[in-house]
Design a protein around this ligand. Structure first.
Ligand SMILES: Cc1cc2nc3c(=O)[nH]c(=O)nc-3n(C[C@H](O)[C@H](O)[C@H](O)COP(=O)(O)O)c2cc1C
Length: 200
């Protein structure tokens, strides 16, 4: 038997604060990999979504966590969340929808997120649904700037992908936070809206 190693992402439930990864051996019926597969098949009717964020000071991560919280509030959704640099593109096939969040950096989504969208374009992403969000520094002129650019990049580079609910732009009081009052409840509502859109 070949001991081929694989990397599998376990979905979170509300009792997990972040996703779990384990490196497991395939072709071993006693391995947790098989247990995971069994639970996947039982949950075929669940819509699987992953929230992917970039962050430097933590604002976008906090917004992502609140969006994940909203997603989990809707029955029928399994939610994972991870920092963009941890994402294994091959594992995205496990998800029905992606939610991508970037801090606004000089009027655009962060370079890391733009690069990630470029990588998605090179991946065999079958039809997927994507929603985006950004965090921006307090002034009205910055509102939705990065989300609109993410949506434009996705529309141009990923023709098979459909955009979900219009992007969410989250205001922060200062570059390193905090997130402005009243913005986090909007993140939870955004998550719920997405969950209701992707429900099977
Ligand atoms: C290098 C840099 C450039 C930025 N440029 C802008 C900008 O042009 N417009 C804006 O609204 N915010 C700008 N910001 C503020 C960030 O968008 C904001 O602080 C964001 O919440 C940071 O997210 P993070 O805490 O997840 O890193 C900039 C921040 C940094 C670090």
């Amino acid at each position: 038997m070949t001991k081929k190693k694989t990397h599998i992402m376990l979905f979170t439930n509300p009792s997990f604060s972040s996703q779990l990864y384990c490196s497991l051996k395939t072709k071993n019926s006693r391995s947790p990999y098989f247990k995971t597969r069994t639970s996947f098949s039982k949950k075929q009717l669940m819509a699987r979504v992953i929230v992917i964020y970039d962050t430097k000071y933590g604002n976008t991560k906090l917004a992502a966590e609140k969006i994940a919280e909203g997603l989990r509030e809707v029955e029928g959704t399994e939610t994972a969340i991870d920092y963009v640099k941890n994402i294994n593109l091959n594992e995205l096939a496990n998800f029905d929808a992606l939610v991508i969040g970037a801090p606004n950096h000089v009027g655009k989504p962060s370079r890391t997120i733009l690069k990630f969208i470029d990588q998605l374009a090179k991946t065999q992403l079958k039809s997927k649904r994507i929603a985006v969000f950004d965090t921006y520094f307090k002034h009205e002129r910055n509102f939705e700037k990065a989300t609109r650019k993410m949506e434009k990049a996705i529309t141009e580079k990923l023709p098979n992908v459909s955009l979900l609910t219009p992007g969410l732009s989250v205001r922060v009081e200062d570059v390193n936070g905090p997130v402005a009052e009243g913005e986090l409840p909007k993140c939870i509502e955004f998550g719920k809206r997405i969950a209701n859109q992707i429900k099977k």
